[in-house]
Write a protein that binds this ligand. Structure first.
Ligand SMILES: Cc1cc2nc3c(=O)[nH]c(=O)nc-3n(C[C@H](O)[C@H](O)[C@H](O)COP(=O)(O)OP(=O)(O)OC[C@H]3O[C@@H](n4cnc5c(N)ncnc54)[C@H](O)[C@@H]3O)c2cc1C
Length: 582
């Protein structure tokens, strides 16, 4: 069902069982859960899918080692179960990540951890070998039955420095354990969306749309693309707007009946660094380290670059956040502390991003100590309007179990049974994932006439959904785009299949072109040309998109137009060198 058909259907029949507000990973997860149970569900997202916190995470799929010191054992256990499920259900995007923790002390952090556990202090402190060993032993214990990845091990100082010579020589030892990482979290959001939509016409979703209170039981749906409004009547509303939850409640409850604040978000920022020496030195490992102030920071190889983060700063409005220069300095200082031999030049920062952790309201002065757990609360309304189920908190890793929890509460209220359990349900390009990926790629190439190299790129990008992409590509003439890894037909496929409304949807979320620092101005213009042709945009409309995209890149991601056009020149130099040497 396309956007116009969805709108027409809602205009003719404005009643829906459930309206989910917010299309981040948690909103998409509960949408999918309800859609698969046959519930008449509509999701509305004010921007693009997964454009809030769900595009700003550290890209770790993890139990949360440090939540153990806050005593959040059940959260860590649930997260580890979900981590392991994601390794099985989404193997195309979620993979094991060996993680090294540098240790600077032996006993520190232990006494503080115990007092903190007893509730006598909230102050962060440095963690020594014994505290880290205890945490990792609990991690191994919680995963002992599934044992998908190796147990932790310690290395002495000499062995650690032999493997990672650039490390701060002040270390005493290091511990290595396994967690996981996600390469394309925004694409996982789209896969959940498509899994939900595939359940039938009772499941509908709109990005660039929202609802506002209109009258008792009535809401005004505002379509941000066509600029239209019309009424809808949900039996129940789910507020899954993450860091926006209180702002969203402000627009769906009548004045005077607005609930107490539920959320107290903290901002976190990350940098993507193009420094091959740093990337190679990591040897495929994450370094999970504490900065001098006791805050945990991370760095690991990401799409050929290095991802480093993050900060933790209280904020009120998630709509305006970006990585500020003092955060950039903090991240670089933390990097210089753990790896003093490595210097990062400003031009090596090829992308940056920020987002707001949707944490429950808390007066804790140490942001790292605010509970990371999630829960749902239902707010009944006195005006005869539908109840609002609010989803509070939630890590990316636990999106499935959080969506399941919210959906079960809704099903109980609606008196509907659960038909499908998603715990072991592979999705998107993780379905029918082959043991022998090389063989799968060769078969795809042989059956469609595409080259093996191209089939391998598409498999790495889309998992087994590469099959659909290749068949679409093969149905009409194709040609490469300025970024040779992508072709005209591949971008057209994404425009057709993945609810693309703006250029930034394509370049920031359906593809990894922007975050990987590989996007040039030529490529952005070529993709804009394709989108404009598909949507029938006028030259003025296309020019507006161009400006919108450059503004987002400059203001949100620290990438200037001159940087993008310099990449054009670099690319043509590369082509000339290749041609000469060829
Ligand atoms: C810096 C940082 C690092 C993190 N690292 C990790 C990590 O490594 N691993 C991990 O598991 N988790 C991590 N997290 C947490 C994780 O990213 C979030 O918990 C998760 O993405 C929250 O998803 P969400 O759907 O609740 O919120 P969001 O993704 O923010 O989605 C909420 C959506 O609601 C929409 N919305 C708002 N108001 C309205 C409205 N009125 N109408 C319609 N739509 C509306 C917004 O546009 C937004 O898209 C991190 C978070 C941050 C910020």
């Amino acid at each position: 069902m396309n956007r116009v058909e969805t709108m027409d259907g809602l205009r003719q029949s404005p009643k829906v069982d459930v309206c989910v507000l917010g299309g981040g990973i948690n909103g998409l997860s509960v949408f999918r859960e309800l859609a698969l149970q046959g519930v008449n569900v509509l999701l509305v997202e004010q921007g693009d899918y997964c454009s809030g916190a769900s595009a700003a995470l550290s890209r770790m799929v993890h139990g949360g080692l440090r939540y153990l010191e806050n005593g959040e054992f059940s959260l860590v256990q649930e997260s580890l179960v979900e981590r392991d499920r994601l390794l099985r259900n989404a193997p195309h995007y979620v993979a094991p990540l060996p993680t090294m923790v540098p240790v600077f002390d032996v006993f520190s952090g232990l006494a503080n951890g115990i007092v903190r556990f007893l509730g006598l202090t909230r102050r962060p402190s440095r963690r020594g070998a014994v505290a880290i060993k205890t945490g990792l032993a609990i991690y191994d214990f919680l995963t002992r039955k599934r044992a998908l990845m190796p147990r932790h091990q310690f290395r002495g100082r000499r062995a650690t420095l032999a493997k990672w010579p650039a490390l701060n020589p002040g270390i005493r030892s290091s511990a290595t354990y396994y967690d996981a990482w996600v390469s394309h979290p925004e694409r996982i959001g789209i896969e959940l969306l498509r899994d939900g939509l595939s359940a039938g016409p009772h499941a509908r979703a709109l990005n660039y749309a929202t609802i506002e209170q209109a009258g008792a039981g009535d809401f005004q749906l505002r379509d941000g693309i066509a600029g239209e409004t019309f009424r809808i009547q949900p039996t129940l509303v789910i507020n899954a707007t993450g860091g926006w939850i209180d702002i969203a409640n402000g627009s769906i409850f009548p004045e005077g009946a607005r609930p107490e604040p539920l959320m107290g978000g903290t901002k976190g920022s990350h940098l993507i660094i193009d420094n091959p020496a740093l990337r190679d030195m990591l040897d495929g490992h994450m370094i999970y380290y504490e900065n001098e102030d006791g805050r945990i920071c991370i760095l690991f190889p990401y799409l050929g670059k290095v991802l480093v983060g993050s900060t933790d700063i209280r904020v009120d409005d998630p709509g305006t956040v970006r990585c500020e220069s003092d955060e950039r300095d903090y991240i670089l200082q933390s990097l210089a502390f753990v790896l003093p031999g490595i210097r990062i030049r400003p031009e090596e920062i090829v992308f940056q991003f920020a987002g707001v952790r949707p944490l429950p309201a808390s007066k804790d002065s140490f942001t790292g100590r605010i509970p990371r757990d999630h829960f749902c609360t239902v707010i009944e309304r006195g005006d005869g309007g539908p109840p609002v189920l609010c989803m509070i908190g939630g890590k990316w890793t636990t999106f499935r179990s959080f969506g399941e929890l919210a959906a079960d509460m809704v099903l109980e209220r609606l008196g509907r049974p659960r038909r499908i359990n998603t715990a072991e349900r592979a999705f998107g390009g993780g379905r029918a994932f082959p043991q022998d990926s090389g063989g799968w790629v060769r078969d795809l190439a042989a059956s469609t006439g595409i080259s093996i190299d191209r089939a391998a790129i598409l498999f790495a990008r889309y998992g087994t959904e590469a099959d659909d992409v290749v068949r679409f590509i093969a149905a009409a003439p194709d040609h490469p785009l300025p970024h040779a890894g992508y072709s005209l037909r591949e971008i057209q496929y994404l425009i057709h299949a993945e609810a693309v409304e703006h250029l930034d949807d394509l370049l920031l979320r359906r593809t990894t072109l922007a975050i990987s620092g590989e996007l040039s101005l030529d490529m952005a213009d070529a993709v804009l040309g394709l989108l404009a042709a598909e949507r029938g945009w006028s030259a003025e409309r296309a020019a507006e998109e161009h400006i919108r995209f450059l503004t987002i890149m400059r203001e949100r991601h620290g990438v200037a137009e001159t940087t993008l056009s310099a990449r054009n020149e670099r690319r043509s130099e590369l082509c000339e060198t290749t041609a000469r040497s060829g």
